[in-house]
Design a binder for this molecule. Structure first.
Ligand SMILES: N[C@@H](CCC(=O)N[C@@H](CS)C(=O)NCC(=O)O)C(=O)O
Length: 199
C-alpha cells in the first residue's frame, strides 16, 4: 500500500500514527508530498485533492483518514485501535469524529486568519473559534477517561491538537484546558507521535 501525505496534515498524521502504533509502519510506502506536489499528484487518485489518500497494491483507492485508519486496523493482528463491536466501538468512532471536526475548525481559523485584512471575515473566525473552544472544553472534561494506550479517538484528538500548536491557533490553550494538556504532554512521548511530528 502507498499512502500519499503532506508533512503537516493532521489527517495524514492519524494514518501514520495508526500504522506505527500497530507495528505496520514498514508495510506502507510513505509518499511525502509538498503542497505543490499534492495539487499535481493527488487529483489523479482523489478528485477532492486532499490527503491522506491510500492506493492498495490492487490499485484500489482509499480515502479519507477514518477509512484509511480503519483499513490499517483491519490488517492489525494485535490489540485493535477501533474495537470491533459494542459501545466501545461507537465511543471510539465518535471521539475520532470529534477530533477530526475539531481539526477542521482549527484549519478554518488558521486559513481565514492568514488572509490579508481586506479579505478576512471576522465572523468566520469567530464561528469556527466557537466550535474549536467548545470541543476543547468537552475534551478537557473527557481527558481523565481517555484510553491508555490510545485508541483511534485519542489519536485523532492528539493529531488535531498538534496541528493547532503547529499553527499557534489558540496560544495559551494548555493553561485553559489543563486536564487535556497534561494528557497531551504524555501522548506526545509515544514513538508514533515523535516519528510523525508536523514539519
Ligand atoms: N476528511 C478528510 C480531510 C482531509 C483534508 O482536509 N486534508 C487537507 C490537508 S490537512 C488537504 O489535503 N487539503 C487540500 C485541499 O483541500 O485542497 C480526512 O479525514 O482525510
Amino acid at each position: 500500500m502507498k499512502c500519499y501525505f503532506t508533512g503537516n496534515s493532521p489527517y495524514a498524521r492519524k494514518v501514520r500514527v495508526a500504522a506505527y502504533e500497530t507495528g505496520l509502519g514498514d508495510e506502507v510506502e510513505w509518499m511525502t508530498l509538498t503542497r505543490e506536489e499534492r495539487a499535481e499528484v493527488v487529483p489523479e487518485f482523489n478528485p477532492l485533492g486532499k490527503v491522506p489518500v491510500a492506493v492498495l497494491d490492487s490499485g484500489q483507492v482509499l480515502l479519507d483518514s477514518p477509512v484509511i485508519c480503519a483499513y490499517v486496523d483491519s490488517l492489525n493482528k494485535g490489540s485493535k485501535l477501533i474495537p470491533e463491536e459494542g459501545d466501545a466501538r461507537w465511543a471510539v468512532l465518535t471521539l475520532e469524529a470529534m477530533g477530526d471536526g475539531f481539526g477542521e475548525a482549527i484549519i478554518a481559523v488558521s486559513q481565514e486568519s492568514q488572509k490579508p485584512d481586506d479579505k478576512r471575515t471576522q465572523g468566520v473566525i469567530d464561528r469556527q473559534m466557537g466550535k474549536a473552544t467548545g470541543a476543547l472544553a468537552l475534551l478537557d472534561k473527557q481527558a481523565g477517561d481517555f484510553n491508555d494506550p490510545p485508541l483511534m479517538g485519542e489519536i485523532s484528538v492528539a493529531c488535531a491538537l498538534g496541528y493547532m500548536e503547529y499553527r499557534d491557533v489558540i496560544p495559551g490553550w494548555r493553561e485553559d484546558y489543563p486536564a487535556l494538556a497534561s494528557w497531551y504532554v504524555e501522548i506526545l512521548k509515544r514513538q508514533s507521535f515523535i516519528l510523525s511530528r508536523p514539519e
